[in-house]
Design a protein around this ligand. Structure first.
Ligand SMILES: Cc1cc2nc3c(=O)[nH]c(=O)nc-3n(C[C@H](O)[C@H](O)[C@H](O)COP(=O)(O)OP(=O)(O)OC[C@H]3O[C@@H](n4cnc5c(N)ncnc54)[C@H](O)[C@@H]3O)c2cc1C
Length: 454
């Protein structure tokens, strides 16, 4: 009797879940069917939606509801708290599945090579994000003693970091933030947050909506210096060709010409300031040095030789995320991704690493919104199905689904399941109900495992 197509998906973030959805919606989902197991190193699924998207973005966090419906399908199983390759290796996966899709995303900060980057008080945005989003693997406290802080970068993550630093703890209390994060933010002394971009308003990578949202807080005064509004031919072409860039530039222009109000926390958006050094004394941040830049006609900038020191005591670099290299898979060091063609993992020889696929940020690099991972997953799944159609998939030696449970049990892996997520979800909602909130996140891994019934 023909058996279902067996697929492992490593990484239960949006890309992995969309890939599972695409498989279920494909022709193979009909008899004899497809059977998918998702392996996730965290006890809970949903990737950066749970551990990246800011807590004051409940609408985006709500995408979990749609992904939840996918994971509710009986053809999908979740094995949480299972690490690749620590708990299950590529050879193990090959023995159980016809194909393996890696969708492990990105979790770390991209490096910024300027002097002083290792001083105390210099932080990566990803670490701060993990802290305020209640990630179990980061410390429970965060030093927030600085009255003036800098955020380096002009993308949405920089906006998230700046907004969380500038809001009050009580503004964030109605969200799902756990008690340790509320207490940490309550002690936050930041009165001024300075965001720095090397280039101009037309080159900022903000989404228009995220940018405008900065101005919605009753505690944050957003300030743009009129001298930072400048365009060259390249910038004008960018604005003409990109509606989003044009909207961002218009918002910044409006903010540059208005009077500065009296809201207590000041959030400055600086352009044409390139960070050249984090200044320090006794190993601690005492300031930031930037070089003024000027447009060169093409939308790029060059240094002017004019330097300025800012007396900030904390510096957050939000210059991009970086994926972890995946053992046993080829790796492109420059882009920090697994090399692929249409989702098929490509070895150095140019050959497809049989039955192995990638999707999401580990494939394309850490750019783009959650919605973008859907089209990406569809393309990867189309390649996988084409390989199946043409007999190019390998044959597993133990395709019986129960063999996977037995394998993990034998290795004493404390895995969580989809039913476990229901229990954790209910426990977090119950904690929220006690405080009139929708949810309060459980942070400790052990507590998550216990609540999941692992
Ligand atoms: C700070 C921040 C805020 C964002 N805010 C928004 C927003 O407001 N709106 C929006 O649309 N997009 C937002 N994004 C972008 C969005 O999060 C990404 O587009 C999306 O999460 C990428 O999906 P992914 O599945 O490829 O990766 P991820 O979401 O990173 O998921 C990867 C999963 O793989 C797991 N994993 C990793 N390594 C292993 C391993 N070795 N073994 C097992 N499992 C593993 C991870 O734990 C994770 O669950 C934000 C991103 C960041 C960083």
């Amino acid at each position: 009797m023909p058996r279902p197509l067996r697929v492992a998906v490593v990484g239960a973030g949006p890309a992995g879940i969309y890939a599972a959805d695409a498989l279920l919606k494909s022709a193979v989902a009909e008899d004899p069917g497809v059977s998918i197991d998702l392996f996730e190193r965290m006890p809970a699924p949903f990737g950066l939606i749970r551990y990246g998207v800011a807590p004051d973005h409940p609408r985006i966090k709500g995408i979990i509801t749609a992904l939840h419906q996918v994971l509710d399908k009986p053809q999908i199983r979740l094995f949480g708290n299972v690490d690749y390759p620590g708990d299950i290796s590529l050879d193990d996966l090959r023995s159980f599945y016809d194909a393996v899709i890696f969708s492990t995303g990105a979790t770390a900060d991209r490096a910024l090579d300027i002097p002083g980057i290792d001083l105390d008080g210099s932080y990566g945005a990803a670490d701060f994000v993990s802290w305020y989003d209640g990630h179990p693997d980061v410390p429970r406290t965060w030093p927030l003693e600085a009255e003036k802080v800098a955020v380096l970068g002009v993308g949405n993550v920089a906006l998230d970091v700046a907004r969380i630093l500038a809001k009050t703890a009580d503004e964030l209390l109605p969200t799902e933030i756990p008690p340790n994060v509320y207490d940490g933010l309550k002690a936050n002394k930041a009165l001024e947050v300075h965001v720095f971009g090397r280039r101009g308003p037309a080159q900022a990578k903000f989404s228009p909506m995220e940018l405008r949202e900065l101005d919605h807080s009753p505690n944050i005064e957003v300030i743009v210096d009129p001298e930072d509004i400048d365009y060259d031919d390249g910038s004008i072409a960018t604005r003409r060709g990109n509606k989003q860039a044009d909207m961002v530039a218009k918002t910044l222009e409006n903010w540059a010409i208005r009077d500065v109000g009296t809201r207590p926390h000041k959030l400055f958006l600086h352009f044409f300031e390139s960070p050249t050094e984090i200044l320090g004394e006794n190993g601690e941040v005492t300031g930031l040095r930037t070089e003024r830049t000027a447009l060169d006609g093409t939308g790029n900038v060059k240094g002017t030789g004019e330097f300025k020191d800012w007396d900030v005591k904390g510096v957050y670099r939000a210059v991009g995320y970086l994926s972890d290299e995946l053992p046993k898979l080829p790796w492109d060091l420059a882009s920090g991704t697994v090399p692929d063609k249409a989702g098929r993992v490509i070895e150095e020889s140019g050959e497809h690493l049989q039955s192995t696929y990638v999707t999401g940020w580990i494939r394309r690099g850490p750019v783009g919104l959650i919605g973008h991972t859907k089209g990406d997953a569809n393309e990867t799944v189309a390649s996988l199905l084409d390989d199946r159609e043409n007999g190019r998939l390998s044959t597993p030696s133990a395709p019986d689904p129960e063999a996977v449970d037995a394998f993990l049990d034998e290795r004493n892996v404390r895995y969580t399941t989809w039913d476990g997520w229901y229990r954790l979800d209910a426990a977090e909602k119950a904690l929220g109900e006690l405080e009139g909130r929708e949810r309060v996140k459980i942070v400790e891994r052990e507590d998550m495992l216990r609540a999941s019934g692992a």
